[in-house]
Structure formats: structure tokens, C-alpha cells
Write a new protein. Structure first.
Length: 308
């Protein structure tokens, strides 16, 4: 297949593209490279890779990138409520308008696969399934909800990811597990708020693996949404901190102030995608250990800010 990957130089995209190339696909990587070229240097010379420097918000760029593609894996986005709140216009034009370009330009034969998020559920007091009404509480969640709906209405697939963590060529240190590892080593202390809040997690490699998995099962999954994660990876924030502490000692202070605006305090059912054969392969302990091997060598945290 010829597969377009938007945001292909991002946190998940820089893992997905080599996987697709290894499976024999031709890959078109579209990215604006706002975080530089280095995340794709390990595969940029592959003979079946085409690299396009462009922005998902530009309709002509999207049309050129989609030309001849059998499938589109749509990862390009402004990710997380802090980044979206910092520049609401950029968030809307990228996450919603950029997705609209894809949907408007897609032919009936092009498979669309969209990176959505569990943040679309909002505050939920039950175990969230794909049938649970979504009620996003932040701009980030609302832009992902709107984009997901457009993709599904077009016959594509929405993948609602658990909280991702772990290493990637485009490393992110704003993700909670990676952030805890960085703080544990460099600051030797963590101030933890809402430590009892529970959520599910997924390693970046497993998040990337779901894309070739979904491509191979597109006809079974099209026109629908799927929670992507593992029932074995459900932890409170305090449990994550203690797992880090078991490897890298630090002082943990549980504070009474602080708030997650997305209200991520819920359990999620992954039975729907598990029945198709998907599950996580990397444990929380393995992921923490690998991040802790890298963070001692990161001097400037500003180099590893939020990216798709």
C-alpha cells in the first residue's frame, strides 16, 4: 500500500513510519518539522519513503500529499490541553480544519485512520466503553471529538488512545510517566496532585503498532471508534510515582492543590479491540526503566516540549 502519515516526524509518527516501511508499504511522510528533522534521521534515506515539508492546515499541501495514497494515518495535531489552551486558534485550525481538509479531499477508496484520545470522555464515573457518551471538558478534547466525528462519518476509524508514555525519537517530557522520570532524576522530588486519580497507559511502541494492526483489519473496523490500550495498564498517579521511585529514589510530596482540567480519572474498557487480537506488549515497569536510562543525558528540557 501507499500510506500517507501526517505528523510523521512526531512522537508516534517517528515510530509508525519505520514499522510501515518494514512491512513493505510505500510511505509519504507529511510534517511541518516544527521540532526539527532529527526524529526521522534513522529512516529518512529509505527508498520507499517520500518526505513532504508542509502544514496540514494548507489545503493544497494536503491534496498533493493524499494523491495516490491508499490509506491516510492522521497524526498531525496540537496535543494536550496545555498546548491547545496556549494557542486556541492554532489548535482549532490544526486539529479541526486540518482534519476537514483530509475528509473533504479523501476519495471513497482511501482508508482514514485517526489518532483520537480518551480525553474525549471527560468526567466519567463508570468504566468507559466506546458506547459511553463523550463529554470533553477542554479545547483539546473538543477538537479531537470534532475531528474524530468527521473521520468516522467519512467511513474512517477513530482510535481513542490511553495516556501514552515511553521513548521515541521525538521524545516528549510533558507526558506524565516521562515527566515523573525526568523530575525524579534531575530534581530528586515530585509534587503530586490528585494522586488518587486513575487512568490507563500505553507505551509509545504499542501505540505505533496499532496502526499496521488497523490497516490490516480496516474492513472490519471502518466507520467505528476503538479504545486503544490495555486493561493491565490501569494505575493511579501515585502508583506511577512509586513505580518510578522503586528504580530512581526521590522525595514524593502529595499536595492538596492542583487540577487536571481533562478530569482523567476513570477506567476504560479495551475489550472491543482486544477481541480483534490487539494488546499491549510493553509493561509500565519496562517503559519506566528505559526512560530512566535516557533522562540523565537530557540537559535542556525545553528541547523536548510537547509535539504530536
Amino acid at each position: 500500500m501507499k500510506v500517507l502519515v501526517t505528523g510523521g516526524a512526531g512522537y508516534i509518527g517517528s515510530l509508525v513510519c519505520p514499522m510501515l516501511l518494514d512491512e513493505g508499504h510505500d510511505v509519504v511522510l507529511l510534517d511541518n518539522f516544527m521540532w526539527g528533522i532529527h526524529p526521522i534521521l534513522h529512516f529518512v534515506t529509505h527508498p520507499r519513503l517520500t518526505v513532504m515539508d508542509g502544514d496540514i492546515r494548507d489545503r493544497a499541501t494536503v491534496a498533493a500529499a493524499m494523491s495516490g495514497a491508499d490509506a491516510v494515518i492522521h497524526l498531525a495535531a496540537i496535543v494536550g490541553y496545555p498546548a491547545c489552551s496556549a494557542d486556541p486558534m492554532l489548535a482549532k485550525s490544526t486539529n479541526v480544519d486540518g482534519t476537514r481538509h483530509l475528509c473533504d479531499l479523501a476519495s471513497p477508496n482511501q482508508a482514514l485512520i485517526f489518532a483520537s484520545t480518551g480525553s474525549t470522555y471527560g468526567q466519567c464515573d463508570t468504566i468507559c466503553t466506546e458506547e459511553t457518551p463523550i463529554n470533553p471538558l477542554t479545547l483539546y478534547g473538543r477538537t479531537k471529538r470534532d475531528a474524530e466525528q468527521m473521520i468516522v462519518d467519512k467511513g474512517g476509524i477513530g482510535l481513542r488512545f490511553a495516556t501514552v508514555f515511553g521513548l521515541s525519537p521525538r521524545l516528549r517530557l510533558d507526558l506524565i510517566v516521562n515527566d515523573f522520570c525526568y523530575q525524579a532524576y534531575h530534581q530528586r522530588q515530585i509534587v503530586l496532585f490528585e494522586g488518587h486519580h486513575r487512568r490507563t497507559f500505553l507505551h509509545a511502541r504499542d501505540a505505533a503498532l496499532v496502526y499496521p494492526f488497523t490497516l490490516a483489519r480496516f474492513d472490519q473496523m471502518k466507520g467505528d471508534v476503538f479504545n486503544v490500550g490495555s486493561s493491565s495498564m490501569n494505575f493511579t498517579k501515585a502508583e506511577i510515582a512509586r513505580k518510578v521511585q522503586a528504580i530512581q529514589p526521590f522525595y514524593l510530596h502529595e499536595a492538596s492543590v492542583g487540577e487536571d482540567l481533562d478530569k482523567r480519572n476513570y477506567e476504560v474498557s479495551y475489550d472491543k479491540i482486544h477481541r480483534l487480537g490487539y494488546d499491549a506488549t510493553v509493561s509500565m515497569e519496562e517503559g519506566i526503566a528505559e526512560v530512566l536510562r535516557v533522562v540523565p543525558h537530557i540537559r535542556q528540557r525545553s528541547e523536548w516540549r510537547n509535539a504530536a
